[in-house]
Structures are given as C-alpha cells and as structure tokens.
Design a protein around this ligand. Structure first.
Ligand SMILES: [Zn+2]
Length: 75
C-alpha cells in the first residue's frame, strides 16, 4: 500500500494498532507513522493544529447559529 508521509514523502510505517468496533463488527485500526521521528513530530503538530482550527470553526459556527436564533427571537 502506497502511503507516503505528507511532510517528507517517505513511506509511512505501522505505528500503533488497536481494535475497535464499527457497528457490529470488530475492526483493527492501524496508525501509520513516519519512519523519521523528527518528521513525525512535525506531522503530529500539523494534525493538532488542524484539529484545533476545526474545533475553533465548530465553536464559531455554533456561536453564529446562536446569534442568528437570538436575532430571530427578537424580531
Ligand atoms: Zn515524514
């Protein structure tokens, strides 16, 4: 399976695997990591940044929705 690292383009290797449930069936999840630990740190940080950004966007959306609902209620 071709799965290059987004940062350096090296082939990613299997990191952590764990089992989880998807509906009724048990599936094995595999987390792939970059073979270069320094690069993996950069990737991890990029993912964390993106997650923080997404969380922020979701918050802003909820706020905007609330404001809109307030406006509707006031009119
Ligand atoms: Zn890499």
């Amino acid at each position: 399976m071709n799965n290059p690292c987004v940062e350096c383009g090296k082939q990613r290797v299997d990191g952590k695997t764990w089992e989880g449930k998807m509906g009724a069936s048990l599936v094995t999840y595999t987390l792939t990591i970059c073979p270069d630990p320094i690069c993996q740190k950069i990737v991890d940080k990029a993912i964390a940044d993106r997650q923080a950004k997404t969380a922020h966007l979701v918050q802003e959306k909820a706020k905007a929705k609330l404001a809109r609902e307030k406006q509707l209620a006031a009119s």
